[in-house]
Design a protein around this ligand. Structure first.
Ligand code: ADP
Ligand code: MG
Length: 501
């Protein structure tokens, strides 16, 4: 028996990984792919069904036009060609999650084919992933195995089936084999799935919540000895449903394949499952490329025909692609690579864009969102987006500073109260009396007190050491709870002592 895994470094010294991804995206259409049953997550089991989604005899499916439109949108976003005419096909298999005993899918005529997606990697380089096809199909029902360990079928006593998910529209995106990623293979896997998730969210065609299975990835991995050109045997880890898990799955499978091959053994072509608890995969079922699903054209559905006008109409509605938008914003704002990456990671691109649109400079917007607001979010252990601070608040705050009503220190205090839900910055300043004190009467008294407490400092200033003024400003600020206008305080002190600034 070979050892379980080789170190990642050693694996890559000996082998080149080849990857391939099949990503399933659940669409957020109101109804299912072929019937009017509601497409809603989390409802009472088996309430969102019709005779069609239950596969009862004598029913006729009808294609969901909105789902076709979503598929075309996604195809265009993935730089694919769109088929002028395509059929649905029956993929026959017997399993209780599919009430019809076949899945309505597409086979040799996918709606979208031959595209690509350019990924941004962490080191700033771009990596192009070629897309083989994106086809329409329907989801299966959900099985829950009871009485075994951790919901697995092994040792289970019985299984429950929920057909609410049966018939939910899916698009499956299949890549061509991806070569040349080398040690960046795990990162690439994560970046690819993250990009698909971002695109479908941006297109508005899916809720894109991986924890709900809206986006799930089958990760194919194989290795070939360095310098070889013929692909090795692949494993296919099914339904990986978090970005972190996708990255870890690819890393683990590279290490596992390397151990098998290094021991002179053969990799088995099979499906596998990722386990977060053990951070490893286990074997599912053997799977050959010639698995016979007895595909044949679905006789109950007419072909989907897409006219050039329709495709152009849809293309005109597409939002700016997320990656292009990022490039544009980075250039517009003049942030450094690192500053921009931090902004993206903090999830405040929209907020900063809106803050700038509402009149703040790029530097001011970044200063507040990535500074005090980020700090308040961290302190409360929430995402910045969950705080009740808006771009309009930041612009208002900045305006109060420019007018000299508040200083930076007070502005931070004000934000704290805005986050507490006390209103807009101007309202907080008003209600809490937080404006800078530049009223000479109040400041004069505080200055007199400070000078009385520090006669030695007063002497120094009189003797020409003007920079000693700072020692008096501190106590004045304290006495006014940070609300004194420091510049004005300095002037008052110098006037009182008859010294030129
Ligand atoms: P299946 O559904 O039977 O797994 P698909 O063609 O839908 O087949 O998907 C197979 C995926 O695996 C594709 O992304 C393909 O590019 C990729 N792939 C094919 N051969 C290899 C290989 N030797 N190593 C890694 N990935 C591969
Ligand atoms: Mg497949």
């Amino acid at each position: 028996m070979s050892q379980d895994v080789l170190s990642f470094e050693e694996a890559l010294e000996r082998f080149d990984p080849v990857l391939g991804f099949e990503v399933h995206v659940e669409l957020n259409t109101r109804t299912k792919m072929f019937d009017a049953a509601p497409n809603v997550f989390g409802d009472e089991p088996n309430t969102n069904t019709t005779p069609v989604s239950l596969g009862l005899p004598g029913v006729l499916p009808v294609v969901n036009g909105k789902a076709v439109e979503s598929a075309i949108k996604l195809g265009l976003a993935l730089n694919c060609s769109i088929a002028e005419k395509c059929h649905f096909a029956r993929k026959n298999y017997f399993y209780p999650d599919t009430p019809k005993n076949f899945q309505t899918s597409q086979f040799d005529e996918p709606i979208a084919y031959e595209g690509y997606l350019d990924l941004e990697l962490e080191d700033g380089t771009e990596f192009r992933v070629e897309i083989e096809r994106a086809h329409m199909e329907e989801d299966a029902g959900k099985l829950t195995h009871m009485g075994g360990d951790a919901g697995r079928i092994q040792n289970a006593q019985y299984s429950l089936v929920d057909y609410n998910r049966a018939g939910v529209p899916l698009i499956e995106i299949v890549t061509k084999p991806i070569e040349g990623a080398g040690e960046r293979a795990p990162e690439l896997a994560r970046a690819y799935v993250a990009a698909i998730r971002e695109i479908v969210k941006n297109l508005g065609i899916s809720d894109a919540r991986m924890e709900r299975g809206n986006v799930r990835c089958d990760a194919n991995v194989s290795l070939m000895p360095k310098g070889a050109t013929e692909f090795g045997t692949r494993s296919e880890t099914k339904n990986v449903n978090s970005l972190r898990a996708v990255e870890r799955t690819v890393r683990y499978e590279i290490q596992r394949h390397a151990a098998v091959l290094s021991a002179g053994e053969k990799v088995t072509q099979e499906t596998r499952f990722w386990h977060e608890d053990t951070r490893s995969t286990t074997a599912g079922r053997p799977k050959s490329d010639a698995d016979d699903y007895r595909y044949f054209p679905e006789p109950d559905l007419v072909p989907v025909v897409t006219t050039a006008e329709w495709i152009e109409e849809i293309r005109a509605t597409l939002p700016e692609p997320p990656a292009e938008r990022r490039k544009r914003l980075k250039a517009d704002w003049g942030y450094s690579d690192e500053e921009f990456r931090d902004v993206v990671n903090a999830g405040v691109l929209d907020q900063i864009e809106q803050t700038i649109a509402a009149g703040a400079t790029a530097a001011v917007a970044r200063k507040w969102w990535m500074g005090e607001i980020a700090r308040l979010a961290k302190q409360r252990e929430v995402e910045i987006a969950e705080l009740p601070v808006t771009p309009a608040h930041v612009v208002e705050l900045d305006g109060l500073i420019s007018e000299g009503k508040i200083n930076d220190k007070l502005a931070k205090k004000v934000l704290g109260f805005v986050v507490e839900g006390e209103g807009t910055p101007a309202e907080v300043v008003e209600a809490r009396g937080l404006a800078v004190v530049s009223d000479d009467g109040a400041l004069s008294t505080a200055v007199d007190d400070a000078m009385a407490q520090m006669p030695d400092v007063v002497e120094k200033i009189k003797g020409g050491k003007v920079q000693a003024v700072g020692a008096l400003i501190g106590p004045v600020m304290k006495a006014t709870r940070g609300q004194a206008d420091a510049g004005r305080v300095r002037q008052i002190i110098l006037e009182k002592l008859g010294v030129q600034g």
